[in-house]
Design a protein around this ligand. Structure first.
Ligand SMILES: [Zn+2]
Length: 405
């Protein structure tokens, strides 16, 4: 949370936008919580320690709930040449994220509640964002036996489980993990592209079918599908949801904005390399349609920083925390005419709901004053980045919409 919001504050002359609201007015904050939402022209509360006047910013300042990311790689512990906890938290805050789930594929792997709690404590001490490390499903992400998810201490902070880019090949073991997750009441994020030939659309489609079929068999499971990228996988998810399977899914900004042609320009197998890969234009259009019709629940960055040498050697992934809003605003709100309030839902309210957090994601009295200001008219330049990674596919692209703080 922005530290100035820990005391009393007043944001005035702003457009207040969340999943349910889009109105001109003001928002007051007391003790880190949202106190009131005041329509433009109504009497404002007096005595706030900090007053932020939107009219001083020029442009169109919009106050929104901070974003919630279901999927980022912080590379800590183990890979300081790619990212550190501090650089990742700074990147998240710079991109407007207040809450982030980081994946478990670090060294060592985050495969126990104790390891997750240690990492969370380190992030809490930095005080930049609210971090929730995901636990892996299997020990050491080796796919052989269940991780520490079988030994949950009381009051644990886990909000998501995921084997990340490996998924679990053995059906019986994945079912056992799903059953543990259901018992814990924690959702599982599945990377359906992970098994089979790397980057093959058939692998993602088969994997999506398999995960849906297994998820159907586990009562109470909240199954989440990470970074969907093919139109066939989207059709399966749409159908399963209509049949009542408890399923949510996310799309990554780079899949909404880019195609294989961009991968060619960036360098196939190097700087354009990502899993799942940048697909065809008809896949990209299918993703946009699935955002508009609600099949896609949330935007998640899959922020994956790498050192330059790793990218040259083919390491998959892009950084994304600091460009996510501009890319989504440009592609979804400007080009696809998605209302900004729906983008707020995709980036804040829905991911908070998926994580079972009812204290954030919208602007309402009593919720965390985890607020950001964006300018929706400002052109956005990619960078300079707080992330250590320089592997953004959006460098040099003209985008609109900028996170001010
Ligand atoms: Zn990932």
């Amino acid at each position: 949370m922005n530290s100035l919001l820990r005391k009393s504050a007043l944001f005035k002359n702003v457009l207040v936008v969340d999943e349910n609201t889009s109105m001109a007015g003001a928002v007051s904050v007391e003790n880190g919580l949202i106190a009131g939402i005041i329509p433009q022209g109504a009497r404002l509360p007096k005595g706030a320690a900090v007053v932020i006047d939107g009219s001083a910013f020029g442009g169109t300042p919009v106050l929104m709930p901070a974003f919630v990311d279901l999927h980022a790689h912080f590379r800590d512990p183990g890979f300081p040449e790619k990212e550190t906890l501090e650089s990742a938290c700074l990147a998240a805050a710079n991109g407007g994220y207040g809450t982030v789930v980081c994946m478990a594929n670090t060294r060592p792997v985050i495969d126990t509640f104790e390891a997750a709690a240690r990492l969370k404590k380190r992030a809490d001490d930095l005080g930049l964002i609210d971090l929730y490390p995901a636990l892996s499903l299997t020990r050491g992400m080796e796919g052989a036996s269940l991780s520490g998810i079988t030994a949950a201490p009381r009051g644990h902070a886990a909000r998501l489980l995921s084997e990340d880019g490996k998924d679990v090949a053995d059906d019986a073991l994945l079912l056992a993990a799903f059953n543990e997750a259901s018992r814990l009441g924690v959702p599982v994020s599945c990377h359906c592209e992970a098994l089979g030939a790397e980057g093959a659309r058939s692998a993602e489609n088969r994997g999506t079918r398999r995960v849906i079929d297994l998820a159907r068999r586990v009562k109470g499971l909240r199954c989440h599908i990470a970074h969907v990228s093919t139109r066939e996988a989207l059709s399966m998810i749409r159908k399963a949801k209509a049949e009542g399977v408890s399923l949510t899914c996310e799309a990554a900004p780079h899949h909404l904005a880019l195609t294989g042609e961009d991968a060619d320009h960036l360098g196939r197998g190097t700087w354009g390399q990502v899993n799942p890969p940048l697909r065809r234009e008809d896949d990209r259009r299918a993703l946009i349609r699935a955002v508009l019709d609600g099949t896609i629940d949330a935007i998640a960055t899959d922020h994956a920083p790498h050192a330059g040498a790793d990218k040259e050697a083919g390491a998959p992934g892009f950084i994304g925390l600091e460009t996510s809003f501009s890319v989504c605003f440009t592609e979804l709100v400007i080009k696809a005419r998605l209302p900004l309030s729906r983008l707020s839902g995709l980036m804040s309210a829905a991911p908070a709901r998926i994580l079972g957090m009812d204290d954030r994601g919208i602007i309402a009295p009593g919720l965390r004053a985890d607020l950001i200001m964006v300018d929706i008219q400002a052109p956005s330049t990619s960078g300079p980045f707080k992330s250590r990674g320089r592997n953004s596919p959006f460098q040099g692209r003209a985008l609109t919409g900028k996170v001010l703080f």
